[in-house]
Ligand binder design. Structure first.
Ligand SMILES: Nc1ncnc2c1ncn2[C@@H]1O[C@H](COP(=O)(O)OP(=O)(O)OP(=O)(O)O)[C@@H](O)[C@H]1O
Length: 597
């Protein structure tokens, strides 16, 4: 059965949780305040009625001061309740937005780590933050305005019968036409146009951001005209859509809407002129004038309420888009946690006929991969770019789960191991290991929060970071990334290695790229690698073949398959892909040495 889609307001109220009551209280106060704000108009009507009744002997109108005070009291009470209502809706809105942020972050925390690879965490946080903020206006202001306006319309229907239904109907008619014009801009086929217009606006913002981000590359390669093209196309697309929507589609309904919003009395005057002769003949001209005065003044509130509804409609759209973005975050896949977790028996890593396809990809990144890394062994993954090395390594700490086949650690399927226990078993170092904006001490200690300073220092020394500590003013207490303390790529890599050394996990997954490093750094990184991998099971993604010569086993991955495996000697003797890669590597080294001579 097709499930009925929940309205945006219902979804928001779900997020409000226990603060739902506060929202309803705020909305009730807003409705009551709208009723109170109409009372002064009735008092004005009473004053006008009494004055006209006693004219020209005004002294006989004794109750008018009393009506004046009453009007004042109602107005003040209306304002007080309005602000009290706003306070409730604001509190509820802020708490709901906080709930959205909390629930979003809690959900994202359950996502597999690989999710953050394709969805930068900053982007997720930014999206969640902005979207949560966008819902605030709806809950804090717009809903109260909508409830206030509905109250106004119901009261108008009542007032139509209390005073003069024909004049009341003329005011109501103006309001109804204005609303129809407004909704025609947003409903039907215009809703699709509006969505396209908003999508074009989104694309333009993204293209602008991309353009600004790419400025350094653009400058280096002198590609100013080319790079601006995408941004320019996005701007042109947006402006043509905006012109079409705002200019062609909205011109007429917008004009009608504004005319009737600002001139809610347009039908009142002709209706009054039409009714005047009858009132004169009927002998109650004074009553007629009084009613006219009431509706003429009352039409001012209609304009204000309609203007509020217009803002509310745009707030609804903003919140609807925001809820869509929040929904995307909430749809992040969840890492399945085993009900009866098992403990890994050793540091053996095993792939049994493992295949893996990324979400949305046409081809598999890994196909039927099987291999074993015995405790203490080093297994190197080599092969052409895109062969699946990083993917294979990512399946061990469950960045992703295998699409088919089993990845085992210590004889247990990784999906059956408690994620925390699994993480404790594995230390991983990637090419661009991220360091936090914190001290070196805290960065390294992230691996083992209860480690002492001495333990951190000894990990730093094992990772060959002595020279880094020496040149920094506060040694390992120096904050990284602030006040000019920036570390080179190779230096950052060594700090990340210290972190992995401190973790002291039995399995090490490492991406051996030394792309950042100068020869001096490279030698130090190699030493740190040796410290880190000693006595551990190591799965190493190797980019430079010199580092894999001593590996116990080398797996050559091409297009997601293991095409060769064996030791360096066996593979070079086999004369296959590895032998060709090795020959190419030596030639490149030779060429480097010759050109440096
Ligand atoms: N997050 C992702 N989403 C979709 N496809 C991906 C993703 N990451 C990698 N791929 C694809 O999976 C395949 C294997 O990529 P992988 O990064 O594992 O190769 P690799 O051997 O590590 O390459 P390199 O040596 O260049 O780092 C490639 O075709 C790649 O395009």
């Amino acid at each position: 059965m097709k499930q009925k889609k929940k309205s945006d307001v219902a979804v928001l109220l779900d997020y409000a949780g226990s603060h739902k009551g506060l929202t309803f209280l705020g909305l009730t106060l807003s409705a009551v305040s709208m009723l109170l704000s109409m009372a002064p108009y009735i008092c004005i009507w009473l004053v006008a009625r009494d004055l006209i009744a006693v004219a020209p002997d005004w002294t006989r109108a004794q109750d008018i001061a009393q009506y004046g005070w009453l009007a004042f009291a109602f107005a003040v009470a209306g304002i007080v309740l309005y602000f009290a209502g706003l306070m409730c809706t604001h509190l509820a809105a802020f708490r709901t937005a906080a709930n959205i942020r909390k629930q979003g972050v809690a959900h994202v925390m359950k996502a597999p780590l690989g999710f953050f690879d394709s969805n930068a965490s900053g982007l997720i946080r930014g999206r969640l933050d902005a979207a949560a903020a966008d819902t605030e206006t709806l809950l804090a202001h717009n809903l109260a305005d909508i409830v206030g306006t509905i109250t106004l319309f119901v009261s108008m229907l009542v007032l139509m019968f209390v005073f003069d239904w024909r004049m009341g109907a003329s005011c109501l008619l103006a309001a109804v036409i204005s609303m129809i014009a407004m909704f025609s801009m947003m409903g039907g086929k215009n809703a699709k146009l509006m969505a396209e217009y908003q999508a074009a606006q989104d694309r333009m913002t993204k293209a602008g951001t991309e353009y600004v981000r790419g400025i350094p590359v653009v400058k280096i390669f002198q590609q100013t005209v080319y790079s601006f093209k995408a941004f320019q196309e996005a701007i042109e697309d947006y402006s043509s859509k905006a012109e079409h929507y705002q200019g062609d589609v909205c011109r007429v309904p917008q004009s009608i809407n504004l005319t009737f919003t600002e001139g809610a009395f347009v039908f009142l005057v002709p209706v009054a002129l039409f009714l005047a002769p009858g009132a004169l003949a009927g002998g109650d001209f004074a009553g007629f004038i009084t009613n006219f005065a009431f509706y003429a003044v009352f039409s001012a509130i209609i304009s204000t309420a309609l203007a509020k509804i217009m803002f509310a409609a745009s707030g609804m759209m903003l919140a609807s888009t925001a809820l869509g973005r929040i929904g995307q975050v909430m749809c992040a896949p969840e890492l399945k946690v085993p009900e009866h977790p098992q403990s890994p028996g050793s540091s053996r890593v095993e792939f049994e006929d493992v295949s893996f396809t990324y979400d949305g990809a046409q081809t598999s990144a890994l196909s039927h991969v099987s291999f074993t890394a015995e405790p203490g062994q080093t297994v190197a993954l080599v092969g052409p770019s895109g062969g699946g090395k990083t993917t294979a390594a990512s399946l061990i700490p469950r960045f992703w789960d295998a699409t088919s086949g089993v990845v085992k650690v210590g004889g247990v399927d990784v999906r059956q191991i408690d994620p925390h226990v699994l993480m404790d078993q594995i230390a991983f170092v990637f090419q661009n290991s991220r360091l936090f904006k914190a001290s070196i001490l805290e960065n390294v200690r992230a691996a083992r929060p209860n480690a002492t300073r001495e333990q951190v220092l000894s990990a730093l020394m094992a990772a060959q970071c002595g020279d880094i500590l020496e040149k920094l003013p506060q040694g390992m207490d120096t904050l990284i990334g602030s006040e000019g303390t920036y570390l080179s790529g190779g230096e950052q890599q060594r700090i990340a290695l210290a972190r992995a050394i401190l973790k002291d996990a039995p399995i090490v997954v490492l991406d051996e790229a030394t792309a950042f490093a100068d020869p001096e750094n490279e030698a130090l990184i190699q030493k740190a690698f040796t410290e880190l991998t000693r006595g551990r099971t190591v799965i190493m993604i190797a980019h430079r073949l010199s580092t894999v010569v001593g590996a116990d086993k080398i797996l050559v991955l091409e297009e997601g398959r293991i095409v060769e495996q064996g030791s360096h000697q066996e593979l070079t003797a086999a004369g296959g892909l590895y032998a060709r890669m090795w020959a190419d590597y030596n030639q490149a080294v030779q060429w480097k040495i010759t050109s440096e001579q």
